[in-house]
Design a protein around this ligand. Structure first.
Ligand SMILES: Nc1ncnc2c1ncn2[C@@H]1O[C@H](COP(=O)(O)OP(=O)(O)OP(=O)(O)O)[C@@H](O)[C@H]1O
Ligand SMILES: [Mg+2]
Length: 276
C-alpha cells in the first residue's frame, strides 16, 4: 500500500512534468530541451499521458500492479530512453525498481558473449545488481523480429523462461519496468505478439509514440490493438525524435482530439425506451 502511494505520487508528478513538454523541458525536468549526449538540434520530450476509458485509467487511480510494459509505435521510437528516465525518476523517489527487456534482438558480441545494449542501459539506470541474463532472458543475434531471429538462431522463443525471469524480478523489486521489442504486434511466436506478452505478465501498457509524420496512424492502430486485448493502458508519450516539422507540431493536439472523439462515442438513446 505504501508502495502504491509513492508510485501514484511519482506518476502524478510525471504527468505534471509532461506539461513542460511544450516549453522545451525533458522528462527529468531539465530546462533547455537538450538531453545529454544529443547534439545537432534540441530534441525535447513532448510528454502527454492521455487517459482512455479502460476502467480506472488516470495516473492517480491506475491499477499499476507490479509494473509497466513499455511498447512503441515502432522500433527506435524511444522506449529505452523513456524506460531509463522512468527508472531514474522512480528510483529517486525511493522506489525499488527492477527492469527487464524480456527479448532483445540485434545483440552484438562482447567478450565472446551476446551483449544486449538496451538491457544494460536499463540496468544502469535502475542501478540494480540483477544479472543481465535475468534482465534479458532471451538474447538474439540478428536484428530481426524475435520470431524471425529465433528461427534463424535457435528455434522457438521460450515463454516460460521469460515467466520465470519476470517472477524472480517481481519478487526482488517493488516495481518492474518491462520494455518490449519493436512495436506492439511484433511477433514472438507464430500466434503470439508483443502485447500478448504484456497481457501474460499482467502489466499496464505505456505507449511511446515517435513524433513524426505517420505517428497518428501508428498510434491509433496500436491503441486499437491494446483495447482489443483489454489491457490496462497507462497512457501515451509523444517523443520528439527529430527537429520539429509541421507533422510533429500538430500531432499532439490531433491525437488528443482523435482519441477523445473515439472515446466519447456513445450509443444513441433509444426512442423506444423514451416513450415507454
Ligand atoms: N527524447 C529523446 N531525446 C533524445 N534522444 C532520444 C530521445 N528519444 C530517443 N532518443 C534517442 O533515439 C535513439 C532511439 O531511442 P531508443 O533506443 O530509446 O528506441 P527504442 O524504441 O528503445 O528502440 P528499440 O526498438 O531498438 O528498442 C537512441 O539513440 C535514443 O537515445
Ligand atoms: Mg529499446
Amino acid at each position: 500500500m505504501q508502495l502504491m502511494k509513492r508510485l501514484k505520487k511519482s506518476l502524478a508528478e510525471w504527468e505534471c512534468l509532461s506539461r513542460f513538454g511544450a516549453s522545451g523541458r525533458t522528462l527529468s525536468g531539465r530546462a533547455g530541451g537538450k538531453p545529454s549526449g544529443i547534439t545537432g538540434f534540441p530534441r525535447r520530450l513532448a510528454l502527454d499521458g492521455y487517459p482512455l476509458p479502460l476502467g480506472t485509467n488516470r495516473f492517480q487511480t491506475l491499477p499499476l500492479g507490479n509494473g509497466i510494459f513499455i511498447t512503441g509505435t515502432d522500433t527506435g521510437v524511444g522506449k529505452t530512453y523513456i524506460g531509463t528516465q522512468v527508472a531514474r525518476m522512480l528510483k529517486a523517489k525511493g522506489i525499488d525498481v527492477g527492469v527487464m527487456k524480456p527479448i532483445e534482438t540485434g545483440c552484438g558480441v562482447r567478450n565472446g558473449k551476446l551483449y544486449p545494449a538496451d538491457g544494460w542501459k536499463l540496468k544502469k539506470a535502475a542501478q540494480v545488481d540483477d544479472p543481465i541474463e535475468l534482465i534479458v532472458p532471451i538474447r538474439l543475434r540478428k536484428p530481426l523480429a524475435p520470431f524471425v531471429a529465433a528461427k534463424l538462431d535457435r528455434g522457438k522463443i521460450d515463454l516460460q523462461k521469460i515467466d520465470r525471469a519476470y517472477e524472480t524480478l517481481r519478487k526482488r523489486h517493488e516495481f518492474v519496468i518491462v520494455e518490449g521489442a519493436g512495436g506492439a504486434l511484433v511477433p514472438i511466436q507464430e500466434d503470439f505478439f508483443m502485447l500478448d506478452l504484456a497481457k501474460r505478465l499482467k502489466l499496464s501498457v505505456i505507449l511511446v509514440i515517435g513524433n513524426r509524420l505517420g505517428a497518428i496512424n501508428h498510434a491509433l492502430l496500436t491503441i486499437e490493438a491494446i483495447q482489443k486485448r483489454h489491457l490496462p493502458f497507462t497512457g501515451w508519450i509523444l517523443n520528439d525524435l527529430q527537429p520539429p516539422t509541421e507533422a510533429s507540431r500538430t500531432n499532439k493536439s490531433a491525437l488528443k482530439r482523435l482519441l477523445s472523439a473515439k472515446n466519447n462515442k456513445r450509443s444513441p438513446r433509444s426512442n423506444a425506451v423514451d416513450h415507454k
